[in-house]
Design a protein around this ligand. Structure first.
Ligand code: B12
Length: 451
């Protein structure tokens, strides 16, 4: 039997003014190009769980125009999508069903909207894919696919049983970064988070040995890969992280990951990250304003309590030669029109190497979505295509929607102007020249200083 793994890919933004700006602002475009060439690790993982008796193919759809050219000789297609491309994914599912092919959809978004998704496919997989995929394949062979497959209890898959993703299905020329997942979940509970916390309430670690095996498998195809860890929050468990970093160091990698500011508390950890090839850590700082941070993290208001420490944390991490990509969310409930200047001032003052600004976005399945829906603040029902992080899908509280849009555009122009970007980079390089914590090899140093 033949299975087609189909990933919705590319980045989406419908905000025309922003897209126009994006075409002229270098920093903005570069980052989008990089992330747009990442494959779907979810599907490669399921392919890794698929017995050899099935023939498998991996395809990506960045644009529905390419749909008629796609092969239809499958017994089953497995589609993965995030929210912004959900409606496009439905069109793909409809296309295959019209060709008599069974369609299974899964992933974070359809797990939150199973009934809606089921209107377009044979089966919906709700939850982590690994424990359910073998059952789907069995039912496919027996001709009795069920409408829903739900993980019960949710989120309990043990990453010690994680299969080797089928990186070999990828066209080596097409990707400049490859993803590896070392952990799943996050100990925090931010009201807007639409990431793996929607699949699992636990923070789970993949054994070090398995991560190293995945990296070696990748190196068979890309000898000196740039790895993007597809974690929501790496390095939460210090002991495990240090073991992993010690094993990563001899692999001669360059990598990027997402973490929280607490990595700055541990100099030994930062030194190990530096020595293992960490180039950048992306941190959800969310806001420079304590009032805006308050209430974001639902368990202990953790993010609001970190705010005083933000600048010192950025300085410490960057002193190890690891750049920080600080992410800010605009349109939080306590945000007023002053927030745009506050973000700009914070970025300038903190010495952040890189910055990412996005709109607060209500994704299906999140506590934020439920609250805004109850408050009548979701702009249009089921407007999933607006869940890009660059479009506004809700009515803000502390300013009007048009003030949010205008303030955001102005901020983007300021933050990503050539001058501002170069100033950030120069400041980082200057700092590195005298940093006692930056003890990389001469080659790594010259690479970073040239960046
Ligand atoms: C890599 C990545 C990308 C890549 C690759 C996307 C892809 N095709 O997989 C690219 C760069 C293309 C991308 C694009 C976008 N991304 Co992105 N991306 C990520 C990132 C960093 C890692 C995702 C990952 O690999 N996870 C690991 C895998 C193993 O998990 P998984 O995909 O959930 O798969 C598991 C289950 O969901 C399930 N499963 C998944 N698919 C299927 C399918 C079937 C049939 C079955 C049975 C099971 C199943 O089984 C898997 C194993 O358990 C996450 C952030 C993060 N740290 O996780 C953001 C993230 C997923 N992205 C996000 C966003 C917003 C986007 C964009 C909308 C941005 C934009 N403006 O365009 C686009 C959407 C494009 C799209 N494809 O729909 C949000 C998604 C929020 C949401 N719920 O929709 C996240 C969570 C980041 C965030 N800011 O919160 N992204």
């Amino acid at each position: 039997m033949k299975i087609g793994f189909i990933a919705m890919s590319g980045v989406r933004a419908h905000n025309e003014q922003l897209t126009k700006l994006g075409l002229t602002l270098p920093g903005f475009v570069d980052r989008n190009r990089i992330i747009a060439s990442l494959p779907s690790l979810g599907l490669l993982t399921l392919a890794g769980l698929t017995p050899k008796k099935f023939e498998v193919e991996y395809h990506e759809i960045a644009d529905l125009k390419t749909l008629p050219g796609l092969p239809t000789h499958f017994d089953l297609v497995a589609i993965s999508t995030f929210t912004a491309q959900l409606k496009e994914a439905y069109a793909v599912a409809d296309f295959y069903r019209a060709h008599g092919v069974a369609v299974v959809m899964g992933g974070i978004t359809v797990s939150s909207l199973p009934e809606e998704a089921r209107e377009h496919c044979t089966s919906v997989v709700i939850g982590e894919g690994e424990p359910l995929w073998p059952e789907v394949l069995r039912d496919l062979e027996n001709g009795c696919l069920k409408p829903f497959y739900a993980q019960s209890p949710p989120g309990q898959f043990d990453l010690r049983d994680a299969p080797m993703p089928r990186f070999d299905l990828l066209d080596p020329a097409k990707y400049n970064r490859i993803t590896v997942q070392t952990s799943r979940g996050c100990p925090h509970k931010c009201h807007f988070c639409a990431s793996s916390i929607l699949l699992t309430p636990l923070y789970k670690l993949k054994p070090v040995e398995k991560v190293i095996q995945e990296i070696r498998e990748i190196k068979k195809i890309w000898p000196r890969p740039f790895i993007e860890f597809a974690d929501d929050n790496s390095f939460v468990n210090r002991e495990h992280s240090k073991q992993l970093l010690r094993r990563l160091a001899p692999e001669n990698l360059r990598w990027f990951t997402e973490s929280d500011v607490r990595v700055a508390e541990d100099g030994e950890l930062l030194g190990l990250m530096r020595d293992a090839g960490c180039q950048q850590v992306l941190i959800g700082l969310e806001s420079p304003a304590r009032a805006s941070l308050s209430g974001i993290e639902l368990k202990r208001d953790w993010k609001a309590r970190q705010q005083d420490y933000y600048k010192a944390a950025i300085e410490k991490i960057q002193s190890y030669g690891i750049t920080v990509n600080g992410c800010f969310v605009l349109g939080l409930d306590a945000d007023t029109p002053e927030i745009f200047d506050d973000v700009l001032a914070f970025v300038r003052d903190s010495g952040l190497f890189e910055v990412q600004v996005t709109f607060m976005t209500a994704f299906p399945g999140t506590p934020l979505y439920a609250r805004l829906k109850a408050e009548g603040r979701i702009i249009r029902d089921r407007a999933w295509e607006l869940c890009t992080l660059f479009d506004i899908n809700f009515t803000p509280r502390g300013m009007s929607g048009s003030e949010l849009q205008a303030g955001f555009l102005k901020l983007v122009q300021q933050l990503y102007s050539t001058e501002e970007t170069q100033t950030r980079r120069r400041r980082f390089r200057r700092m590195l020249r005298t940093s006692p914590n930056f003890g990389r090899s001469a080659k790594q140093t010259s690479e970073l200083l040239a960046a």
